[in-house]
Design a protein around this ligand. Structure first.
Ligand code: SAM
Length: 273
């Protein structure tokens, strides 16, 4: 596994994960558009979509910033970047790169979005400092990531909590953290950002549709299991999925959305520089 990508080894996953990413990208755009506006995204901005994956959100942001703006998508996976290239708008470009080395992008962006990246990273502090360095002073950031202290499907299948706990532990073994959402404010503040403000977005079967909700919150979990037991994990997930299709009356899955600003140096800091 490439340790740079922490718990996200796209090459090891099957097509289910690819389909899930695409679905997850577009399913919540109407909400995300509002988060991004709240975080300060504006028409004409130069934007970096850090860990852009298949570029679904990059494309939607490129539409949002319009022809006077530009979106650069950066990701470590060549396979995902191929999709991003295929669906891109003219005011966007994609390049392979790691969040651990963004030295070619210093102070280039008005706005950064990092969506569902930090839950996978072994070295979140190093990544956040790199992201800080690519924003112009005064530039704005929005980070969205999971926090499974807010998770439930009701009524629960008997195996639900075991499967969830096992998948969380397996992701942690790979260097990831499915509870990173609640730590994002600390990461941002400790990396030099100011005006750090969180909110929580809760996906439900009502706000994204029952099938999409279940796909997004369950389908990736078997991929985290070792190959020898992945089939068994897929069967367990499918039983939970089918139970939910028949019986679910409510479900929720939380993500933190945190905004912040890279400070503009004051006169004292400028004199020292
Ligand atoms: C769950 S996907 C999210 C993709 C996209 N942001 C979205 O929301 O659809 C996680 C992404 O992080 C990328 N990634 C993981 N480690 C990375 C790193 N060190 N540098 C850049 N991208 C990385 C993966 O290739 C993958 O595209």
């Amino acid at each position: 596994m490439d340790r740079q990508s922490g718990s996200y080894a796209f090459g090891e996953f099957d097509d289910t994960e690819y389909q899930r990413l695409i679905k997850q990208g577009s399913a919540t755009w109407s909400f995300e558009r509002e988060f991004l506006e709240w975080a300060g995204l504006k028409t004409g901005d130069r934007v970096a979509d850090v860990a852009c994956g298949p570029g679904v959100i990059s494309r939607l942001m490129a539409e949002y910033v319009g022809d006077d703006g530009f979106v650069t998508g950066i990701d470590i996976s060549n396979e995902l970047l191929e999709t991003a290239e295929a669906i891109k708008r003219e005011n966007s470009a994609f390049e392979r790169g790691s969040v651990y080395d963004l030295s070619d992008h210093r102070e280039q962006y008005d706005f950064v979005y990092a969506r569902l990246l930090f839950q996978h990273l072994e070295r979140p502090w190093d990544a956040m400092r790199q992201i800080f360095s690519i924003l112009k002073p005064g530039g704005r950031i929005c980070v969205l990531d999971s926090d499974e202290s807010v998770f439930g499907i009701f009524p629960p299948h008997g195996d639900l909590s075991s499967l969830i706990r096992e998948s969380q532990a397996l992701q942690a073994q790979r260097g990831g953290d499915r509870f990173v959402g609640g730590k994002l404010g600390y990461l941002l503040r400790g990396s030099g950002f100011e005006k750090v403000a969180p909110r929580i977005f809760v996906m439900t079967p009502e706000n994204m549709g029952r099938d999409t909700f279940l796909d997004v919150v369950l389908k990736f979990r078997p991929q985290l299991f070792p190959a020898a037991v992945r089939e068994e994990a897929t069967e367990r997930m499918q039983a939970i999925y089918d139970h939910a299709l028949e019986h679910m009356t409510y479900g929720h899955n939380g993500s933190f959305v945190v905004k912040a600003v890279r400070p503009v140096p004051g006169p004292a800091t400028r004199a020292k520089a």
